[in-house]
Design a protein around this ligand. Sequence first.
Ligand SMILES: Cc1cc2nc3c(=O)[nH]c(=O)nc-3n(C[C@H](O)[C@H](O)[C@H](O)COP(=O)(O)OP(=O)(O)OC[C@H]3O[C@@H](n4cnc5c(N)ncnc54)[C@H](O)[C@@H]3O)c2cc1C
Ligand code: FES
Length: 274
Amino acid sequence: MSPSRMRFAAGRIVRNEGHGEIFYRLEASLPEPVEFDPGQFAMVSGWPGNDPLLPRPLAIFRAGQGTKGKGTVEFVYKVVGRGTALLSGLHPGDPLSLTLPLGRGFDLGKDGRRYWLVGGGVGFATVFPAAAMLARRRAEYEMFLGSRTRDQLPPKEWTPGGSAAGRVHRCTEDGTAGSFGRVTDIVKERMAVLTEAEASRLTILACGPREMLKEIARAAASLGAGMQAALENHMACGFGVCWGCVVALREGEKTGYRRVCREGPVFDAREVVW
Ligand SMILES: Cc1cc2nc3c(=O)[nH]c(=O)nc-3n(C[C@H](O)[C@H](O)[C@H](O)COP(=O)(O)OP(=O)(O)OC[C@H]3O[C@@H](n4cnc5c(N)ncnc54)[C@H](O)[C@@H]3O)c2cc1C
Ligand code: FES
């Protein structure tokens, strides 16, 4: 299945519910279904008026078939500022403007790999679709989810792929749920006991705060494990026109600049200039 071509879609909100006042899960109907690769995103707006002017980027959490040939799309978001606060105030039946699917998602193409999915904070919204796809393929994967405190972990019922023993590792910085500590430390502890052969078969797929990505990228590179990092730079247009979202990448001896919205948001972590 290949992702749909980018399109503008006039959606309509089906539900937009808060979970623990932290995360909202929004479902919208679309005129037609969209296919997406895990890690791809949409530019979303729907608030009345033009303040803020720009739509906001959100990872596509799920997409499917609706009734009568229509489509559905879901997002999970955390309220951090004006755009997401306005989004959280929208109701079923309200219109939602979308441009999707955008960017380049995770490369899950290689058979025989073992995957670790790492979601820091709301980064789980980007890695869960990859888990759902790996589960469908019966691929070998584990998931590491970390947050500051218990309320900031995703509800367990959102976790894709069922609850096979030892598959999902949760941790909090204050120890109120899962194991105590930062997700970075837990991933690095697990890495430390891998054999060389195991590390060479491992691909890490990660999304979360830049410091988290940087630390895991360094550890993965020193072990020879692969890593794909989904970056969340600020975006203006979302489809490659403004160059407002660039990231520096290593290109041989030189440094090049790539657009997170177009060449990313998923990059080979070894190439990113952290
Ligand atoms: C490709 C991509 C996928 C994303 N997917 C999701 C998702 O699935 N769920 C989700 O909750 N969020 C996601 N984000 C982040 C989300 O886009 C921002 O939180 C949102 O744009 C903030 O808008 P705002 O108007 O509410 O806040 P603003 O008023 O614009 O900003 C409020 C605060 O949040 C910070 N902020 C704003 N944008 C970002 C950003 N991109 N990264 C880090 N900090 C930011 C600002 O610096 C400021 O401190 C994604 C971002 C990208 C680029
Ligand atoms: S946001 Fe405009 S080029 Fe990426």
